[in-house]
Write a protein of this length. Structure first.
Length: 670
């Protein structure tokens, strides 16, 4: 039986899960479509998804239509779950990009489109929610053409919109589904769409293009055949209006998936990181990629694999070429919603599940040991939001490490770390929602934590050169302690230490001890006790005692010298700065910039692509503590952002005074 693996992808709220339910129902895979609102959707089956009412992980659904097996990967819409989104798209052969008839192209649309572009995936565009009030297919179509790279063309038009949406009409043939008369008012739009689609089709075929330009009429059957070839090859992206809620247009979508989208076998050779290739055929050497991992409380770790070539059977030994290990596979399953069905083999093109193999991780490549190869790993962005976490009890603290390890098995975009300066335990992820759900999962595992914004790891520096002496002398009977040095400190990038001592005033063997003493003192600056950075130190002079001088004495002297020099070096406070990249509808540009200005941001650039704008700026970390939630509110959930460290910058004087006072109070009460 032919196989199709299709990823449903798009912005949150476009109705992907409801559409997946409609596809299952219309194909006869289920007797009744589930509802996201009721927690009965087959794709959103976890307790967290039922509680929140949106997809958190990629659901795997199976159906059969026109003697073809179709695996539908229902990916989340929120950018917080980027690992699931990219993993689901990467595991498919084609993508169905779902957009709302009310919202059109949004940030999530652009995001999944770029991912599909990266993997050169054929795709189709589904304009969902055509039965809603204010639905406007033609406005969305114009938005798609303006915003998305590639040949986008309407292949079907809606028969009515909003409450009047009653069907779709094929632009090339004029046939309506379900059968009905085409309203005369649609005539002009249909002629315009047919002309645009014809132009898009002939541009994909050199022979047709030559004949078309010469004025030769292209027959309807020939044009239709060229249309299917173009969709199949990914050189034309057809647009189809549907309503997942009412089911109108869903039958046409099923036909389009089966007839227009490429099969696993037709994908073409697959190339590994070392240049090796595999044909996506059942009799080729075996290769697969683990595209997601989850942990079932009863079964244990579930490794979801996409078999790219060959056939995997129980008892086979495979090589994990990513980790450099070999393992024996005992049981094979295919997923369908929350259920697993054991199967005797997983041929090329299959989405399967392997169990009881704890050493497997998302992104690992599996291959025939006799024909090893490795596919490139799944690229994931850096975390964008961080919370400090504190276990509530000693028992929670004891269980935290194991629970976090389990969460990170499922979701490697979660990052756990300890900030050395503040001593806080930090949990980082893709956004506020991502981390809130991670905390809920920890609670479900019996680990309760309190969360708060992380403390800002401020630093101190100097703005002027200064010289000072540090002398340590102690006599208490027997050998005493004597160390004496004079140093100059001055602003400079990073830390540098050098000696300008002449005439043997300080033996060279004591210079490393002075440097250690200086670095000891740099751990606590003179303003508020924050670490000192960007200081260059030169040892100018000093003295020593033949008997009483020692490494510890000169280390103490070096520390005293730096402390004495700080007051005259105009110390200042520094704060960490991040580079922010935010994407949102271009219509919100003014609001975005105004908001960034209140955060002391320095805008570096703006780039508009279609209806989406990308703003790049540097922003102090202290001003990003609530940005995830604030951006969601500002853009109506249509914005996304990423951050990465961008160094330190001086804190404005009026803010520095408040920070220093608060810090001194904190240290006094410690």
């Amino acid at each position: 039986m032919p196989v199709r693996v299709v990823s449903l992808a798009g912005h949150s709220g476009a109705g992907k899960t409801t559409l997946a339910e409609a596809l299952l129902f219309r194909s006869g895979a289920i007797l009744r479509a589930g509802r996201v609102e009721d927690g009965t959707a087959h794709s959103d089956h976890t307790e967290a998804e039922k509680a929140h009412g949106f997809s958190i992980q990629t659901g795997v659904l199976r159906l059969t239509h026109a003697q073809t097996s179709v695996t539908v990967l229902d990916t989340p819409g929120y950018a917080d779950f980027v690992r699931e989104i990219r993993g689901g798209i990467r595991a498919a052969d084609t993508a169905a990009v779902v957009v709302s008839a009310l919202g059109g192209v949004e940030v999530g649309t652009e995001r999944v489109w770029a991912t599909a572009d990266r993997f050169e995936m054929p795709r189709l565009i589904v304009v969902n929610k055509m039965d809603r009030e204010r639905a406007d297919f033609f406005a969305v179509l114009a938005d798609l053409r303006a915003s998305l790279k590639g040949p986008v063309a309407a292949a079907w038009l809606p028969l009515g919109q909003g409450a009047d949406f009653a069907g779709v009409v094929n632009v090339l043939t004029g046939e309506a589904s379900p059968p009905q008369a085409t309203p005369p008012a649609l005539g002009a739009a249909l002629r315009e769409a047919r002309e645009a689609l014809t132009d898009a089709i002939v541009e994909t075929d050199d022979d047709l293009m030559a004949r078309y330009l010469e004025g030769e009429e292209v027959g309807a059957e020939e044009l239709q055949a060229a249309f299917w070839r173009a969709v199949h090859a990914g050189t034309l992206y057809p647009v189809l209006p549907v309503s997942a809620q009412s089911g109108v247009g869903v039958d046409v979508l099923l036909d389009l998936m089966v007839r227009g989208l490429r099969s696993a076998r037709e994908r073409g050779p697959l190339t590994g990181v070392d240049g090796q290739t595999r044909e996506p055929l059942p009799d080729a050497p075996f290769s697969a990629r683990v595209w997601r991992v989850s942990v079932d409380p009863f079964v244990g770790k579930l490794a979801y694999v996409r078999v790219w070539s060959g056939t995997l059977r129980p008892g086979d030994t495979v090589r994990n070429t990513t980790q450099g290990t070999e393992m024996r596979v005992t049981h094979l399953y295919v997923p369908g919603g929350k259920d697993l069905t054991e199967v005797p083999e997983l041929p090329a093109g299959s989405i399967g599940v392997l169990t009881k193999l704890p050493e497997l991780h998302a992104g690992d490549t599996l291959a025939d040991p006799a024909h090893p190869m490795q596919y490139d790993p799944l690229w994931l962005p850096d975390p964008a939001h961080t919370l400090a976490i504190v276990p509530l009890t000693r028992a929670d603290e004891d269980r935290l490490g194991a629970a976090l390890a389990r969460l990170r098995e499922e979701d490697p975009t979660l990052v756990y770390s300890r900030e050395p300066q503040t001593g806080e335990q930090l949990l980082s992820g893709m956004g506020e929602m991502h981390l809130n759900i991670a905390v809920e999962k920890l609670a479900a595992l019996g680990v309760n934590v309190r969360t708060s914004p992380p403390r800002i790891p401020y630093r101190e520096t100097i703005h002027a050169p200064c010289e000072a002496q540090g002398k340590h002398r102690k006599q208490s009977g027997g050998h005493g302690q004597y160390g004496d040095c004079r140093i100059r400190i001055e602003p400079g990038e990073g830390f540098a230490f050098r000696s300008a001592v002449v005439g043997g005033a300080i033996p060279g063997k004591y210079l490393p001890s002075i440097e250690k003493g200086v670095q000891d003192a740099m751990q606590k600056g003179s303003l508020a006790g924050y670490p000192l950075q960007d200081v260059h130190v030169t040892v100018l002079d000093g003295s020593y005692h033949d008997v009483d001088s020692s490494d510890i004495a000169f280390r103490t002297a070096g520390s005293l010298a730096l402390k004495n020099a700080l007051d005259g070096a105009r110390p200042g406070l520094l704060e960490p700065v991040y580079q922010l990249r935010v994407r949102a509808p271009a219509s919100l540009t003014g609001d975005l910039i105004s908001d960034l200005q209140t955060r002391r941001a320095r805008v570096q650039g703006m780039d508009t692509s279609g209806t989406v704008i990308t703003v790049t700026a540097t922003v102090p970390q202290a001003e990003l503590q609530t940005y995830s939630a604030d951006l969601r509110s500002l853009t109506g959930d249509r914005g996304a952002f990423s951050v990465k460290p961008h160094g330190y910058q001086p804190v404005p004087e009026h803010l520095a005074r408040k920070i220093i006072e608060a810090r001194k109070g904190e240290l006094a009460g410690a």
